[in-house]
Design a protein around this ligand. Sequence first.
Ligand code: GLC
Ligand code: CA
Length: 540
Amino acid sequence: MTNREHWWKNAVIYQIYPKSFQDSNGDGIGDIPGIISRLDYLQELGIDAIWLCPMYRSPQDDNGYDISDYQDIDLMFGTMRDMEELIVKARERGIRIIMDLVLNHTSDEHRWFREAKKGKDNPYHDYYVWRDGVPGKAPNDMRATFGGSAWEWVPGLGQYYFHQFSVRQPDLNWDNPRVREEIYRMIRWWADKGVGGFRLDVIDQIAKEPDLGITANGPKLHDYIREMSAAAFQEGDLITVGEAWGSTPELAKLYSNPDGSEFSMVFQFEHSGLDQQEGKAKWDLAPLSLQRMKAVFEKWQTQLYDCGWNSLFWNNHDLPRIVSRWGNDGVYREYSAKMLATLLHGMQGTPYIYQGEELGMTNVRFAPEQYRDIETLNLYRERKEAGYPEAEIMRSIYAKSRDNARTPMQWDDSAQAGFSGGEPWIDVNPNYRAINVAAQRQDPDSVFHYYQRLIRLRREYPVFAEGNFRLLLADDAQIFAYERESETGKLLVICNFSGEPAECGLTEQKQMKLLIGNYKDTGNARQLRPYEAGMWICGK
Ligand code: GLC
Ligand code: CA
């Protein structure tokens, strides 16, 4: 298939964090009927597909990324019937559903793990990763992402099991062909239900080699992915996107090989780590540098051109709100939210919009007891014990906690932002009276309407999907500018990333047509104003 033939090359995807999107029954937890009731809103925005974070049966130790049954829906979200209805109702609106597959680990309450713990000769024992040992002396000193050792002792067995995330998320053993077969069968079962694709959670970590200290990019990783793709992804032009924190352009070319042997694309996170100190934890903050940001995007845009495919995103359920990190969530909130959107949506790849991003939703500053995320809570405890000052810990949490993205969707200015008739599982961001869907729908200049226009543009002009990428003004400390060119036309994007006016040496936009800009008269001023951004075209 050529570039434009895959639907997902011209698509814009919307990510829903179900727990925080829309509650329909007043229990404070977002649910499937809630999502169905908001499909008209999503259709109005103009998106092509919805990526749903996990709604499978789960004890919710890690908000659904700990699955106890891949083929059932958790009661708090609804029923399998509701899910099927969502798939159908979304399709009626031209929207496909993308399911989140968590294949690196299960919940410790999954039937496989319960069986596995019963004995070394249980048929499910080898579904997980075990090492013999003695209590108090883990096989090695590998650490889990959410804190503590990656090994957990099971006295009855005299063995440790391996977990890269929480103790309640035991790692699956991908070297066992029966595990792989069960997984492929389960994926086909979902595909047969009519879903449009899959997002694959921490997929680069499935082929771990704990004895060698290897978590990501194990030697057998791409063999396993190719096997899975052949067994489960070949029918129906599914979109498949792997989450790969440790990806490089070289690896991404394998993952997103146009021959379809692996995935459609991957999420790589190089740009999202630019605010942290190299080699340190994500909590150890570093000053932002626009030049580094430009270099990262240039690298990915040019190196995957014609031999891979990028996913484009600023936000997700694990990342802080972009307007609070790279924009300005004070007086320039709307300008900077639109600027960031302009920059990203002009690039090659498939854009993802995370719920609330289309409103310019911001980070929160909660008191410690208002946080819910296991990662944040563990970090707080660990750093307290290690003697860090409270203010420093909270600074990291304000900047990077995953709960920044997990506060409820802000629908209107009524109680709980219209998210729930009850007490939400996590507090609403107090700024919901000013920032909400109802207000932005009425305002033609809102961030919402700006996103709506960006989404339409991508469909109108082939250069978005096809054009190459050339960075302009590489050394400028305020401006991020680039052009895209294809046989049909040329696109120019200019963004002021700062809260100060910026001199811009580019002139060619004067001869081009303005497609979109975030000031009323973008393109006319001598200088770029704070966070000013525009997109120009010539050709069609
Ligand atoms: C991914 C998910 C994250 C989850 C982790 C473990 O990074 O996006 O939310 O905690 O995997 O499944
Ligand atoms: Ca509910």
